[in-house]
Design a protein around this ligand. Structure first.
Ligand SMILES: *Cc1c(COP(=O)(O)O)cnc(C)c1O
Length: 354
């Protein structure tokens, strides 16, 4: 039986993407060769990379606005240090909204001074800081748009006089934003775009080349741009599969269309969490993520019953992260409204039993 996959990452991908990706493993474009055994310099793969890069910019509405899209290695975790390596000369600002921001801060401190402009650490990251002042003269301000582990999400972004850098690993392509307010966006593929193994970086070219340090080639955004994201062998399968997901999203009607579905899914689940006395939400209501909903049982005695019902219903990946406990329903783009309906049915059945 096909499961309802609420996994936080790696996560659900559209069925048609999985099908096309598996076909390309066996026979790519009718070439009699596998996608993963041809040269990345071959015409067919170069076309894949070009398509993936241009679709990313097109979907974000950033074509012709001075941005470049790259598919790099090393996950979002490598971007924590690449961002600082390429942009941090003296002082950068970070908003600390959870585990991933914390890790980004740790890496940036290797390269320069870090000012924590805002933090929600005191409340175990159950809200998004507001009302902070962004100091003048920062090299950049970094934030994490969606906090995968705690289930909070920025709804509004600060206006700054410095470049704005955003880790969008877990909500890129999920909601309509003016993406041109960001100067650098990065996202590990495995949350909302493809399999693990590649990271999308979208960067405005004019913010680069300003630090005085020497940057090793593999960590230098300008090198990757000059080589059309093919400085070394790219992760061909993750890039191809990401391209398929972006095509799927475009055919669906782009971010506008998926946002409507994502909002429906989130509304359905959060209204159950709020109305059902057996469950309690974790994140501050105003800051709730439409991608990752965190909640817990009000009575721990019901744990075994709930978990066996989840299993029975074919629901996978609902365990919360160890730093929060409880449950986390990740509702990435490819998860259907119907799957959320199945979860909500189990939750309301719990109320009848509880
Ligand atoms: C998962 C995640 C990361 C880490 O991604 P890797 O690709 O495993 O390095 C970073 N930031 C956010 C917001 C994430 O959700």
């Amino acid at each position: 039986m096909k499961k309802h996959n609420f996994s936080a990452g790696p996560c659900i991908l559209p069925q048609e993407v999985l099908l096309k990706a598996s076909e390309a493993i066996m026979d790519f474009n009718g070439s009699g060769l596998s996608l993963i055994e041809i040269s990345h310099r071959s015409k067919d793969f170069v076309a894949v990379m070009e398509k993936a890069r241009s679709l990313a910019l097109e979907l974000l509405g950033l074509e012709g606005k001075g941005y470049q899209a790259l598919f790099l290695h090393g996950g979002a975790s490598l971007e924590f240090l690449m961002v600082a390596y390429n942009l941090l000369e003296k002082k950068a600002g970070y908003i600390n909204t959870g585990t991933w921001s914390d890790k980004a801060i740790k890496e940036a401190k290797i390269f320069g001074e870090v000012v924590e402009v805002g933090s929600s650490k005191d409340e175990n990251f159950n809200f998004i800081p507001k009302g902070y002042n962004v100091p003048k003269g920062l090299d950049y301000l970094h934030l994490t748009s969606n906090n995968t582990i705690f289930g909070t999400q920025f709804k509004k972004f600060p206006v700054t006089d410095c470049p704005l850098v955003c880790d969008m690993s877990s909500d890129i392509f999920s909601r309509v934003l003016d993406f041109s307010q960001f100067d650098l966006i990065y996202a590990g593929a495995q949350k909302n775009m493809g399999p693990a193994g590649t990271t999308l970086v979208v960067v405005k070219e004019d913010i680069l080349g300003k630090v005085s340090r020497k940057i090793p080639s593999m960590l230098d955004y300008q090198v990757h741009i000059s080589k059309d994201s093919m400085f070394n062998t790219p992760a061909v399968f993750p890039v191809f599969t990401s391209m398929l997901t972006l095509e799927w999203l475009k055919n669906l009607g782009g971010i506008e269309a998926i946002e409507k579905i994502n909002e429906k899914k989130a509304q359905l689940l959060y209204s159950e969490i709020d109305l059902n006395p057996v469950f309690d939400g974790y994140a501050n209501k105003d800051d709730r993520s439409i991608m990752n909903a965190t909640f817990n049982l009000t009575e721990q005695d019901l744990k075994d019953t709930f978990e066996s019902m989840l299993k029975e219903a074919g629901i996978n990946g609902l365990n919360g992260h160890r730093s929060v406990g409880g449950y986390r329903a990740s509702m990435y783009n490819a998860l259907s409204l119907e799957s959320v309906g199945v979860l909500v049915d189990v939750m309301s059945e719990m109320e009848r039993k509880g």
